[in-house]
Unconditional design. Sequence first.
Length: 207
Amino acid sequence: MNFWFRRTEIFAYFFLLFAFFISADAQTQNDSSIYQLPPGTIIRVQMENEINSESASAGDTFLTTVSAPVIVRGTIVLPIAAIIEGRVVNAKKASFGGKSGNIEVVFETLRLADGATRSIEAVLVDNPKVESSRTLNILSILGGTAAGAGLGAVSKTKNAAIIGAGIGAGAGTTFVLLRKGKDLHIKADEEFEIKLTKSVTLPVQDF
């Protein structure tokens, strides 16, 4: 009788041990699933609509589409044309003194063709570069009585403002050319890369 109970206990022990390894193996396979994208995953996207630092405001949303499939171990896990929604976190217009505009954006929602959605956390890999302005990058001070008159007279051009400060006939007039910086544009159809900062599990794709 004791032998029977002993054999039963040994059998139960090995059964539990076997179940433990099966569970651990299943967990490992789940953790290494090709559909679980880790932080640092790069996704190439294309802009749907333009945003720029001149008119954008914090809270504005915009859309991008995946322009290159994300492939893991030979399997497409994120197809072309999936939609990724972004949001403007901060926007600053270009200003005089040559200060260029700036836009800070994040990417928060992924929408797949079958209607599935995922919350994501992603940022730009590289900030868009501001094109250099054609306006001369100088601060010019010119003097002359014939150049203009009137305190605070202002003549605006596309990228600069000429401010005249006159103090009376014959006393001379000073003009200062202030260069305005360039506003930043992320144009429609422009392609760039974003990077996940938090892991996301995608639905299994059925092609």
